[in-house]
Design a binder for this molecule. Structure first.
Ligand code: SAH
Length: 266
């Protein structure tokens, strides 16, 4: 991945490539180096960029970033809180999805990670008025309110559930991203016990690339086998702690009730 700068010349496998030959031209075309080699020039997609950018903290992989966008129902104009910022992969994904009318709050406790994330975000998206970053420990509190969505990529997301009850608007979605089963179980139990969340669901994504070349049509030999478990829940009207949540309203059953529904069928 090369960042184009006027007057700069890159070395590509022993050949020179002047950036001035590329700036202002259309992507998707072959460009030649002084050594006679040809390269296809395209802008990095967001997925390509997050995999190539410098990392402090481990990023959320593209297969999960895309799933989070729909599972947490991120929409243009939404106000979203995420923690921690890490390397900024999720931050960038959220910024693009909420668009110019939206807002992303991002909390991070490590200053070095915040700095790196700011560089990554600036390099790909430029400056963004929609992003508010805070050096803040989300286990302590959530100083922002009226949030439509909260996405947690911290080791102990259950410590945030209590704060999320106040900060997340009713009907809002909370999502967490944790790599191990005990973390996922603890998160699900905390959400259920809070009395303010319902429709708690957990899933993982498995993306298996395929090789399709002539007669060689088969799955790729390698894949990213495990990243993390994604849990989502809806912030609902507070009920007595520990009590069972019934249907959200008459005739509107949540996915929590699907097993029961299936079992009820003759
Ligand atoms: N989602 C990020 C990666 C986050 S890694 C990405 O896609 O790039 C987890 C991050 O959470 C780390 O940077 C860590 O420093 C931060 N973190 C851990 N505990 C935290 C807390 N209590 N409050 C805020 N940030 C926290």
């Amino acid at each position: 991945m090369i960042v184009l700068r006027a007057g700069t010349v890159s070395d590509l496998r022993g050949g020179k490539l002047p950036h001035d030959d590329l700036i202002g031209t259309l992507e998707g075309r072959p460009v030649g180096t002084t050594r006679g080699e040809t390269f296809l020039m395209v802008r990095a997609t967001l997925a390509e960029f997050v995999l190539a950018m410098p990392r402090g903290a481990q990023i959320i992989y593209p297969k999960d970033l895309s799933a989070i966008l729909l599972a947490a129902d991120i929409y243009p104009g939404a106000t979203v809180l995420e923690a921690g910022t890490g390397s900024g992969a999720l931050t960038m994904t959220l910024l693009r999805a909420v668009g110019p009318e939206g807002r992303v709050f991002s909390y991070e406790v490590r200053e070095d990670f915040s700095r790196l994330a700011a560089q990554n975000i600036g390099r790909y998206l430029g400056s963004s008025d929609q992003l508010v970053t805070r050096a803040h420990d989300i286990y302590e509190s959530i100083p922002d309110g009226g949030l439509d969505r909260i996405i947690l990529d911290v080791p102990e997301p259950w410590r945030v559930v209590h704060h999320a009850v106040t900060a997340l608007r009713q009907g809002g979605v909370l999502a967490s991203y944790v790599p191990t089963v005990p973390q996922a179980v603890r998160m699900v139990e905390s959400l259920r016990q809070s009395g303010a969340f319902a429709m708690v669901e957990t899933f993982e994504t498995l993306v298996r690339p395929w090789n399709i070349e002539g007669a060689s049509v088969r799955p790729a030999h390698r894949m990213v086998a495990h990243t993390a478990f994604i849990t989502t829940a809806r912030r609902v009207e507070q009920r007595t702690a520990g009590g069972e949540q019934g249907t959200a309203s008459a005739g509107l059953k949540g996915p929590d009730h699907r097993d029961q529904q299936d079992a009820d069928e003759p």
